[in-house]
Design a protein around this ligand. Structure first.
Ligand code: KMH
Ligand code: ZN
Length: 271
């Protein structure tokens, strides 16, 4: 067991959820910033950020990212990780747009996949382009791995010199179309990592709790929040991002791992 503090990343809103599906979904800049503040108070040091437009629709508009960033920065100290995935079907140029605001981190999905009934498109051109913009703005990349082939793609792209020199890895398990959150999948993926590579696991839906627990036990880090899972337990919606985080903090304590603050997170990720 490692005694490295656990980094908690919180995806506070995501792009897929609606108020119909989750009535207390944070949507306005004010609500998203408040949700981020609550998540940071509960133990998150990284906020994975999507934003919504005036109609509550997922958006990659730069002005909204700027406004939400300011509101979060006014409320709390955290590492901001912008989504470059956006929503399924967001044009590539829009996906890259907010990166000109130079967030601390940004996501980079490593391949195309079925995403429920849709297609989440990340062609070689998409990956090259987003990776290029991330490097141009000297942003720390988080590679999003939804399937085993994407782990192999990391090596392929790296071999061609197309990835940033250093990056963090996030295994996103349980999206219909990608790998499930079966623990054996996490073990398989982790075994493929280079020595010393930092990693997080994001369990979707019912996989969130078991995968978070295993990541803590296996020396990894945890992504936990409403974008990935709206339930605290079967049939009981989570009251907030913070409620989900508080449970992970308690589990980490039981395993003897502290929760990383922002400075510790920067050190662990060499940000
Ligand atoms: N909304 C998904 C289609 C990311 O943030 O980089 C993509 C996503 C990944 O959420
Ligand atoms: Zn996301």
């Amino acid at each position: 067991m490692t005694d490295t503090p656990v980094i908690i990343t919180c995806p506070v809103v995501g792009a897929e959820l609606t108020r119909e599906g989750y009535p207390s979904l944070p949507i306005t800049p004010e609500e998203i910033a408040e949700a981020a503040r609550g998540a940071v108070e509960a133990g998150a040091s990284i906020i994975h950020l999507h934003v919504r437009d005036e109609e509550g629709k997922p958006s990659q508009r730069i002005d909204i990212f700027e406004m939400v960033t300011k509101k979060i920065r006014d409320r709390c100290d955290c590492i901001l990780q912008y989504s470059t995935g956006g929503a399924v079907g967001t044009p590539l140029e829009e996906r890259c747009g907010p990166l000109r605001l130079k967030p601390d981190m940004a996501t980079l999905s490593m391949g195309t996949m079925n995403f429920g009934a849709d297609i989440y498109e990340n062609t070689e051109h998409t990956i090259r382009t987003i990776s290029g913009v991330i490097q141009e703005h000297e942003i720390m990349a988080e590679l999003e791995i939804f399937d085993y082939g994407m782990m192999e793609a990391v090596e392929r792209f790296e071999g061609k010199g197309l990835l940033p020199d250093k990056y963090h890895i996030d295994f996103v398990l349980g999206v219909p179309g990608g790998m499930t959150g079966d623990i054996r999948n996490l073990i398989l993926l982790k075994d493929r990592l280079k020595p010393g590579q930092t990693w997080t696991v994001a369990g979707i839906g019912r996989y969130q709790l078991p995968l978070s627990t295993h990541a803590i036990a296996m020396g990894g880090h945890v992504r936990i929040g409403i974008e990935d899972n709206i339930y605290y337990r079967k049939g009981e919606p989570a009251s907030s991002n913070a409620q989900l985080i508080e449970r992970v903090v308690r589990i980490a304590e039981e395993f003897g791992r502290a929760v990383a603050d922002v400075d510790e997170t920067r050190k662990i990720l060499a940000l």
